[in-house]
Structures are given as C-alpha cells and as structure tokens.
Design a protein around this ligand. Structure first.
Ligand SMILES: [Fe+2]
Length: 352
C-alpha cells in the first residue's frame, strides 16, 4: 500500500528539516517554504494531510487555511497547525476555521507522528463510513425500484383479471394507462391541479387508473357479460361496483389508509363514475370535490369506451369522439381536462 502523502509548510529551513527527519520513515513528505507555493502544488496534486506553520511572511497560516476551506476539492484535507504561540484565542480561532488540530513548537517526534496518525485514521474511517452509506443508499434505491415494479405488476394482473370478467379486452387496461399518462404528462397546463400534483402522485394516478373497476369482482358474470340490454335492476346492480370496490379495499387493506398509492386507488375506484355537474354516482359529487385522480380516470375510461369496439357497439371515429368529449365538457367531464385533451388530441388518437 502506498505511504500517506504529507505536505509541510514552514518558512524556517530548520523546522522543515526537523519535520522531514521525524516523518520520512513513515510518510512521503513534501516541504514548502510558503503558503503560496503549497497552494500552487495543491492545484495540480493531492495530499493526505497538511502541516501548516501559523506565522509566515506572505500568506499567513490562517489565510492558507481559509483558501483551502473555500475550495471544495481540497477542503476536506486535514490541516494541523504548528505554532510557537500559546494564545488560547488563536487556538480556538484555528479550530473554528476548520483546522483539524494544532501542535505547539517545539514538539517531540512521537507527538507529531501520533497526531498525524490520528487524523489519517479519522479520515480513513470517515471515507469508510461514506462508502458504507453510499452502498446502503444504492441498495435501498434498488429495493425501492424493485418494489415499485412489483406493485405495478400486481396492479396490472389485478386489472386484467377484473377486465376479463367484464366484456372488455386487455387493450382496455393498456389504453386506460396510456390515456391517463397523456393527461398527467400535460397536467401542468391545468394550473390549479398542477399546484396540487407531485410527480409521485401523477405516477400513482397512472398506475392506479387501471384498477378503477375492481369492484366488478363482486358483480355476477351473468350480469357483466349479459348480451343485450340490461334491466333497470341489473343496471342498478352494476352501479354498485364503485362502492363494492372501495369496501373491498377498506376491508383488506384498511391499515394502508394513510398510504398515497392506496388513497389514490381508493379515490379512483369509488369516484370514477362521478360527473363534473353532479349527476354521476355513487355520491353525486361535483366539480373539484371529485378527486382529480377520479376525474382523469373517468375521462380515460369514457374516451376508451367511445373509441373501442364492444360486443354491443362499433367504435366511433376520432372526429366523432372529439366532438362527443367537447359536448360533455362541464357536464360529464372536467372542462380543464377537456382543454388538455383538445390541445393534445393527436396523442390520444394515436393509441387507436
Ligand atoms: Fe366503472
């Protein structure tokens, strides 16, 4: 292992020779007669520690220390002052300005060697700790990424199961995700919402939108897949799916109620059939009392239904769909979201 490198700065030739004699058996030592040449050397090289005389012609030890501390590249190099003065105020000032230690002249070889070793050990321990923290942080980041991927996969599987019980295809799950993504990507065009949505929330809305119909797990397949028109009672039964879904979430994952992903999912599940004018269900909420996540999902859900072929209907064209959406601005849909849709209509249409 290479020997540690020590710079010693002292204007007295005798002192420099003494320091070199005391240290050369253990360290690589480079001597400097003034602060300026030491700083010049440091602009091109590095060192493990600096021994710095306090009183020097030209730059004083204090000035050299301040220059070192102002440079991020060299500010962490430990500096030990060598001083003939015994003024405790100066000692306190040196330590406050960032000196690692100070030694009174004249000093014994063993004291100098021990004090240097102590500082080098501290540095190596700090580096070791920093490395451990970096490794642990990286490990935690990887764990977090893995758990995010698992969460996304689980949501996708659950959404697929729900949709296959209905008359929808797996395309519906992918479309809802992508339509929601386009809306959330441009949500800063909706200033009021933009102030309230963090990137994390936006990501959760995109992930959770596909779960909007999980309450249909509690509705009989006979009703969900019934060919032809539903009776009033059957339609009322289907309309219970938002409440069924929210109940299911509360029952099995209620302890997560403070969790943002859970809350986003629950809002979407419970409120995705609310309408902007208050004519939706189950709670007849209106305007922005409907959570944004549910307004976004409602928009994506309906747009996909309009554009897709279903057993009981053909798909509408891009132009017909845009017209239907605009007609429902302020009634079914949040007008702010319809504005975003109109500005980026080609991104929505590109999915079909
Ligand atoms: Fe639904």
């Amino acid at each position: 292992m290479a020997r540690p490198f020590i710079m010693a700065v002292d204007d007295q030739q005798t002192n420099r020779s003494i320091i070199e004699a005391m240290l050369r058996d253990f360290y690589e030592v480079q001597l400097f007669a003034d602060g300026e040449s030491a700083l010049r050397f440091l602009s091109r090289h590095m060192t493990d520690l600096i021994l710095l005389d306090y009183e020097m012609p030209g730059m004083t030890g204090s000035e050299v220390l301040l220059a070192l501390k102002a440079d991020t590249r060299v500010r962490d190099i430990p500096v030990i002052f060598l001083t003939a003065m015994t003024d405790s105020k100066i000692e306190a000032e040196m330590l406050e300005n960032g000196a690692a230690d100070y030694i009174h002249k004249p000093f014994r070889a063993t004291v100098l060697q021990r004090r240097i070793k102590m500082q080098l050990d501290l540095c190596s321990n700090r580096r070791h700790m920093e490395q451990l923290i970096d490794e642990r942080t990286e490990e935690m980041r990887r764990d977090y990424e893995r758990s995010q991927k698992r969460q996304a996969l689980t949501a996708y599987m659950l959404a697929l199961i729900t949709e296959t019980r209905d008359d929808s295809s797996s395309d519906h799950v992918d479309h809802i995700t992508e339509l929601t993504r386009v809306l959330m990507k441009n949500i800063d065009e909706y200033p009021k919402a933009a102030r309230a949505v963090t990137p994390e929330q936006a990501d959760y809305i995109i992930q959770a939108a596909k779960l909007h119909d999980i309450g249909k797990i509690g509705i009989s397949e006979k009703v969900l897949q019934k060919p032809g028109k539903l009776t009033v009672d059957e339609f009322e039964l289907i309309k219970t799916h938002p409440v069924l879904g929210a109940r299911l979430l509360d029952l099995h994952m209620g302890e997560l109620k403070e969790d943002l992903f859970f809350k986003t999912t629950r809002d979407i599940v419970l409120y995705h059939h609310e309408k902007w004018n208050g004519s939706g269900y189950p709670e007849k909420l209106s305007g922005d009392t409907i959570p944004l996540s549910a307004r976004v999902t409602a928009f994506a859900d309906v747009y996909d239904a309009i554009r897709s072929v279903r057993p009981y209907k053909a798909s509408y064209t891009r132009e017909q769909a845009a017209k239907m959406i605009v007609n429902e601005s302020g009634t079914h849909f949040d007008p702010g979201l319809v504005d975003i849709f109109m500005r980026h209509e080609k991104d929505f249409a590109a999915l079909y």
